[in-house]
Design a protein around this ligand. Structure first.
Ligand code: SF4
Length: 612
């Protein structure tokens, strides 16, 4: 519980509930009986962190171990940070109120690149030296995980260890090793050497990085023969065996996703070529309806929430979607518990499912065509036709919906101005399809939301250049000019933010200096408009002698050593190259539920069947 010395500060900040702890459902243990104390840090606000399912699952798995106590901490908003620094007070864990230096291990989930400054700032606010090389025996082991750990190099210098892939089992193995090493009085360096032997663990300090004169990577090689040259991600083979939390902290203040999130399956078989999640979470593994129904019921009983979100990358692809919805509706309707099905694919809407979705979902509908023309949808392998898009929208309109949100990207590989104009044309055709049946359109609103394409590691587009900021902004202006009706609302992401994201997404270790410099200059919360400063970043890159365009706007050769080549997500590089070539030929690859595309994910340990 929060220490008294912090209480006076809470009166001076907004949303003090972010910093108090004490929520219903929190886990408390006797710290003197815990052999290993872990603090799980979310490098963003409490409201966002409390909605992250990964942190809930992993801290639950760790707290199931009787010798581990896993607590939480979130990035303090700038008002609280200012007071903490003025009063020379470190940040702390919400359960015990202990400062992070007191822990054996401090874990960070890396969900997006723009959170990197918050990671380093939280270390600094804990009085923990930010560089791993400067931390002696008395400081906690700093471990990282999450989607960005598939290319951890830009922040590698700040971490002792990364757990690549699904952490339910590996984090427990790491804690067991840490307990044993502590008991045997082993040094941190000995612990890290042994930890590098646990599959899925990457210890950056045990690898040498060499660069070519042109700035590209020459090699990333282990310093010792017992350290793996390639670190392959961990996965949970049988999803029904995942120990899923049905009892968890109920926040004091409203969070981003204030509801039960029920993970239905992991992975996706669709193979969209821009989508990193669709590759790194392969192979596709489903939970059974029985396990899901039981989890949902227990979660409602333990938390009192009245909404359940069925979470996955593409919920309509769940093999038994009808059976699952029927099973849940059997008790949720009577209890007035609503169901939400985010990530519905636009081509998955058929009468029965649509009716069910409409009966449980009151709000508007969101679809992701991603590209405005069939040519470009084939390039990105979206496998959706304009007719399917229009049919689903007509069905939504027939069911009384007047709000449709459409996600697109600009800056995709091979994109032309015709493709940009195609976005406006498609949106206009959807508006027309509404009026074709003579409905009154007073409240019709079609939102076109366009993000900037960011090439990501472990995708077929990992070699592609991001469009320059000028080109992205030109296309944003072009699209604005093509939208002629007020029935279409158009919003788009800031190209400069996506540029910085692209720099770190495919960066290497030389970028860590820029992150540290940014924190020194007060850069935080880069994912928030009010804090993001493009000019600051460009000045920092210049000071550090870094050319950001080298990372964001440069096409890579297939022969180039990529900063993440010593890590494997189970999908073969050869497959990614094949898909990259097919994109250039505007050729599609079918959903691998119908025909295996040979990505290699079925070679990952323990996987019996690749697709349900
Ligand atoms: S191995 Fe084949 S079936 Fe399995 S995820 Fe890859 S492409 Fe799909």
């Amino acid at each position: 519980m929060i220490k008294d010395k912090y209480l006076p500060l809470l009166k001076k900040v907004e949303k003090p509930g972010r910093y108090t702890g004490g929520e219903y459902g929190s886990t408390y243990k006797d710290k003197d009986k815990a052999d290993v104390r872990v603090c799980f840090c979310f490098p963003d606000t409490y409201e966002i962190g409390m909605s992250n399912l990964g942190v809930k699952i992993l801290s639950h798995c760790l707290n199931k171990l009787d010798y581990v106590w896993c607590e939480r901490s979130y990035a303090p908003w700038d008002d609280y940070e200012k007071l903490l620094r003025e009063n020379r007070l470190p940040i702390y864990a919400l359960e015990s109120g202990n400062e992070l230096k007191a822990f054996d291990m401090v874990a960070f989930t890396l969900q997006y690149e723009l959170s990197y400054t918050n990671v380093v700032n939280m270390l600094d606010l804990s009085g923990i030296p930010v560089y791993a090389a400067e931390r002696g025996e008395d400081y906690p082991v700093i471990i990282g995980g999450g989607p960005c750990s598939y290319n951890p190099e830009p922040v590698a210098d700040f971490f002792d260890l990364f757990s690549i892939g699904e952490g339910e089992e590996s984090l427990c193995e790491i804690c067991a090793l840490l307990r044993d090493c502590k008991k045997e009085g082993k040094k941190k360096s000995e612990f890290l050497r042994l930890a590098s032997h646990i599959p899925g663990n990457y210890v950056p300090s045990l690898y040498d990085v060499k660069y070519n004169d042109d700035g590209t990577i020459q090699s990333v090689l282990p310093k010792y023969p017992d350290v793996p040259a390639k670190v392959t991600k961990r996965i949970i083979a049988d999803m029904d065996k995942v120990d899923f939390p049905t009892k968890f902290e109920i926040p004091f203040l409203e969070t981003v996703h204030d509801r039960i999130t029920l993970e239905v399956f992991r992975g996706c078989t669709r193979g969209c070529r821009f989508c990193q999640a669709g590759m790194i979470y392969r192979p596709c593994r489903e939970k059974s309806c029985e396990v899901l129904d039981k989890c949902a019921y227990e979660s409602v009983m333990n938390t009192g929430y009245d909404e359940i979100s069925l979470s996955s990358l593409s919920i309509s692809d769940y093999t038994e979607i009808d059976k699952l919805i029927n099973k849940l509706l059997a008790w949720t309707e009577e209890k007035k518990i609503s169901l939400s099905l985010p990530s519905m694919r636009i081509d998955a809407f058929y009468g029965e499912l649509m009716k069910k979705v409409m009966s449980v979902r009151k709000s508007g509908l969101t679809f992701a065509p991603e590209a405005g023309t069939q040519r470009l949808r084939d390039v990105i392998n979206k496998n959706i036709t304009e007719e399917e898009i229009l049919n689903s929208c007509r069905m939504a309109f027939d069911n009384g919906r007047q709000n449709i949100k459409l996600y697109f990207m600009n800056g995709l590989p091979t994109e032309t101005d015709e493709d940009i104009k195609g976005i406006a044309l498609l949106a206009q055709n959807i508006v027309n399809s509404y009026f074709e049946s003579g409905r009154p359109g007073k409240f019709l609103n079609v939102t076109v939301s366009v993000s900037c394409f960011v090439p990501k590691p472990f995708t077929p587009f990992q070699w592609a250049a991001q469009d320059t900021i000028e080109e992205l902004e030109r296309k944003q202006r072009l699209l604005r000019g093509e939208i002629k009706t007020k029935k279409i609302t158009y919003n788009y992401h800031t190209a400069k933010v996506s540029f910085i994201e692209a720099v770190f997404a495919r960066g290497d270790r030389r970028l860590s200096e820029a992150v540290a410099e940014a924190v020194l200059r007060g850069q935080r919360f880069d994912g928030w408009d009010e804090f993001f400063s493009f000019e600051n970043w460009m000045d920092i890159f210049e000071k550090c002698g870094i050319d950001p365009a080298f990372y964001a706007n440069r096409e890579r050769e297939y022969t180039e050593v990529l900063p993440w080549d010593h890590i494997s997500c189970g999908v073969d590089k050869a497959f990614l190259m094949r898909e990259s070539e097919k994109a250039k030929e505007e050729a599609t690859t079918p959903d691998c539920r119908t025909k295996c595309a040979g990505c290699g994910a079925n070679s990952l340990g323990g996987v019996k069947r690749c697709c349900p």
